[in-house]
Ligand binder design. Structure first.
Ligand code: SF4
Ligand code: SF4
Ligand code: SF4
Length: 262
């Protein structure tokens, strides 16, 4: 029996950008010394979704009834499940307009076309299964994939990121787009790890890594700042929901700012 760790990489509804990011890494060849790839259709032609694995990486939002069954099967067959990217962790940009309802969204995208699957509103993995670790980003950074995998391969556990993009932005010494240009930057509520890539190019963060966890995404404080800069509640919600439409606290926190009439 092989003593290598068994890994699988599975895709739900997604652009395949996360797995492409990792499949393009030179280091993936070194990984083959340490791991057997049991399932990864992008890189392994003998992939099998039914095999048991030690670590399952799952990309994409749960957007069909078939995917609900698939993620439950993967969970049963895996010791560790890692949600990869904003689609898997937050429901992705495809959840942005979820308040319109599935039938209107469906009609807009597909019209009267016939499909073979049973659609549902895009949702994060955690709605259906336990997730053990998250690789944030759209797509995640290569270094984060290597760090997480490296830690697990040596029997350790990777640390989570519990601070926002602003921390990395200040370390880089970028001028603050929110303060100096008055643009609605989402860095204060977005989980760090991208080294403040967009503000470094003088572009406001749109929150593609999703809200920072541990109840430190203060949507209300940021909404108040946006409000002072003249944004309406609808504009604020629209911007904050791009990658956070399923966040249970977002709407309530933003509403509070406008109800208080500050
Ligand atoms: S998280 Fe971003 S890069 Fe990854 S599958 Fe979703 S849309 Fe594509
Ligand atoms: S530019 Fe954005 S990310 Fe950078 S410090 Fe300002 S608010 Fe934070
Ligand atoms: S700065 Fe914001 S939008 Fe840009 S990569 Fe980082 S999290 Fe994504």
């Amino acid at each position: 029996m092989s003593e290598k760790i068994k890994i699988g990489f599975y895709a739900l509804t997604s652009c395949y950008g996360c797995q492409l990011q990792f499949a393009m890494m030179d280091e993936i060849l070194q990984l083959l010394d340490k791991a057997d790839i049991e399932c990864w259709f992008m890189v392994e032609r003998n992939s099998d979704e039914d095999k048991e694995v030690d670590i399952a990486f799952i990309e994409g939002s749960v957007s069909t009834q078939e995917e609900v069954e698939l993620v439950r099967k993967i969970r049963e067959n895996s010791k560790i499940v890692i949600a990869v990217g904003s689609c898997a962790i937050h429901g992705g940009v495809q959840s942005w307009d979820k308040d319109k309802g599935l039938s209107e969204l469906w009609k807009t995208v597909y019209g009267d076309a016939h499909v073979k699957f049973e659609p549902k509103m895009a949702e994060p993995l955690e709605k259906y299964i336990k997730v053990d670790y998250k690789l944030y980003g759209c797509p995640p950074e290569k270094k984060d994939f290597l760090y997480a995998l490296g830690a697990l391969l040596v029997g350790s556990w990777p640390e989570d990121i519990d601070y926002p993009v602003c921390v990395e932005c200040r370390i880089r010494g970028n001028p603050c787009i929110l303060i100096e240009k008055g643009e609605p930057c989402l860095g204060p509520v977005t989980v760090a790890g991208c080294d403040a890539r967009c503000p470094a190019f003088n572009v406001a963060c749109i929150g593609c890594r999703g809200a920072v966890g541990y109840d430190v995404a203060w949507f209300d404080a940021l909404a108040l700042e946006f409000k002072k800069k003249g944004l309406t509640k609808e504009e604020i919600l629209e911007r904050m929901k791009i990658f956070n439409a399923h966040n249970p606290k977002l709407e309530e926190m933003v509403n509070k700012v406008f109800e208080e009439g500050e």
